[in-house]
Design a protein around this ligand. Structure first.
Ligand code: TYD
Ligand code: MG
Length: 466
């Protein structure tokens, strides 16, 4: 019989230590080690799961080729959600929906549950966070209270499994949230890495063995004191993160992992007083706050997953008091901004050393693509010179350290979206195939960044000539 031994588990990365230490060797975080009991019965215990040796049972080996069963999906009918999941929830799979507290995870899943239950699927919603009355209030507000969703406020995994064992197998089981669940198989407090892992393991096993699609909700905590969803990311079949900027109403559901579909996909929603509303055309949303031609604004033609998104990039370059000038960025990588500034200084003779530089991506949107370099550079030069860029022009392209403009993927798609929204000009990299340029009626394809700077600076002269 195994003796329970305690171990110290990092609440940030899950590394197991035999002894307490102030700093975790695994991730370098401080004060994240918490004493936890080991799991008995071997659920999620990993190498330290203490069990008496069992004689192995041979499994049937198979080949890589062969019949593939089409992963049958449960389509919610909420287009942006189905897009992010890659075409609906997959039966027998486990999906993690993570996000900051209060971002709208419960709202989204209540809406999905109601939509699916309305179509005749058996949907069970188990909340460990809120009382039944609170969930009913939310459902009323969403106009979803008449949907035949089966609801429970419960936190024990064994009780939940016993509950759903009765009757028809649920098509969808939502557990809100994984941090509140606990299982008899692990002897740590709910929310610790050991418990979160053991509960996730039990629910994933249930999904695989019964064919129910299981959705686990996970709060992301910055402090890492409560085990975040990161420790279950590798166990589940799909991971979606629900994101949003404080003060803005829209939310982005981002696919981070998907064993049954594409990643890098996004679904866009707007939080209203009656729940989440789909935003089928995000470009209109991000360009909605756009002002008429003003210096420092450039529209970037970006790609999110398979979808083109136009966003406005705003720069403010202002004279700085003596000392070190400020660089502040919202919605983009600050190291990338430093690089663009350095290239402008080194290769184009544009000086920012006496100026504060502020960069903002409109609407609180976050850009990860290097293709935004060209739009950022255009916005910076425009703000510095006080010369507004043409209102009907989009920008995309990567800038190399030598000042050359490098081609980026999906040029055609970016141009098509731009044209659809009334942009008739584009500043973009020269690419091998001339086909891609046909989309924009007037395309300027600079070979180097200084060509673009010269064009912006020359616009004053052109205006005077007009
Ligand atoms: P919730 O779904 O409870 O967030 P999470 O489960 O991620 O913690 O959403 C909470 C926020 O959403 C709360 O601040 C109120 C807001 N909200 C609306 O603005 N409109 C609505 O219709 C609902 C239900 C919530
Ligand atoms: Mg919630």
């Amino acid at each position: 019989m195994a003796k329970a031994r305690s171990q110290f588990v990092c609440q940030s990365c899950g590394t197991v230590h035999t002894r307490w230490a102030g700093k975790c060797d695994g991730c370098g975080e401080w004060n994240t080690l918490v004493e936890e009991g080991t799991t008995s019965g071997g659920i999620g215990g990993g190498p330290s799961g203490l069990r008496s040796a069992r004689k192995g049972r041979p499994v049937a080996l198979t080949t890589l080729s062969g019949e593939i069963e089409e992963a049958p999906r449960i389509v919610s009918g909420i287009g942006e959600l189905d897009r992010a999941t890659g075409g609906g929830f997959v039966r027998g799979s486990a999906l993690l929906v993570g996000g900051d507290p209060g971002i709208g995870k419960s709202t989204l899943l209540t809406q999905a549950a109601a939509a699916l239950a309305g179509k005749g699927h058996r949907v069970v919603y188990v909340s460990g966070e809120e009382a039944v009355a609170q969930i009913r209030l939310r459902a009323q507000r969403l106009g979803a209270d008449t949907a035949p969703v089966e609801l429970a406020a419960e936190t024990n995994v064994e009780d939940i499994l016993a509950t759903i064992a009765d009757g028809r197998r649920p098509d969808l089981l939502i557990l809100d949230s994984i941090q509140t669940l606990w299982t008899d198989m692990a002897d740590s407090a709910p929310g610790t890495v050991t418990q979160v892992r053991a509960c996730a393991q039990a629910m994933i096993r249930h999904a695989k063995s019964t064919g129910t699609a299981v959705v686990l909700v996970g709060h992301v905590t910055k402090e890492g004191q409560i085990a975040g969803p990161r420790v279950v990311e590798h166990m589940v079949d799909g991971v979606l993160y629900f994101e949003g900027e404080g003060g803005h109403h829209y939310r982005i559901l981002r696919t981070v992992k998907n064993r049954f579909g594409p990643t890098d996909e996004i679904g866009v929603f707007e939080m209203s007083d009656r729940g989440l509303r789909e935003v089928p055309n995000p470009s209109e949303l991000f360009l909605g706050e756009r002002s008429a031609a003003a210096p420092g604004a450039a529209v970037f033609a970006g790609i999110e997953g398979t979808r083109p998104v136009l966003v406005e990039i705003q720069a403010l370059v202002a004279p700085a008091p003596p000392g070190s000038p400020r660089r502040a960025v919202v919605g983009w990588d600050s190291a990338r901004l430093s690089m663009v500034l350095a290239v402008l200084e080194a290769h184009c003779g544009v000086r920012f050393s006496q100026h504060d530089v502020y960069l903002n991506v409109a609407g609180g949107y976050r850009i990860a693509e290097p293709a935004a370099d060209l739009a950022v550079a255009a916005a910076l030069v425009s703000s510095l010179t006080g010369l507004a860029l043409p209102v009907d022009c989009v920008y995309f392209g990567e800038i190399s350290l030598s000042g050359a403009i490098r081609p980026v993927a999906h040029a055609q798609q970016r141009l098509k979206e731009a044209e659809k929204l009334g942009f008739s000009q584009a500043v973009m990299p020269a690419s091998g195939d001339d086909k891609s340029v046909q989309g924009a009626r007037r395309a300027f394809q600079p070979a180097t960044l200084s060509d673009l700077v010269a064009r912006i600076a020359g616009s004053r002269a052109r205006d005077a000539a007009d």
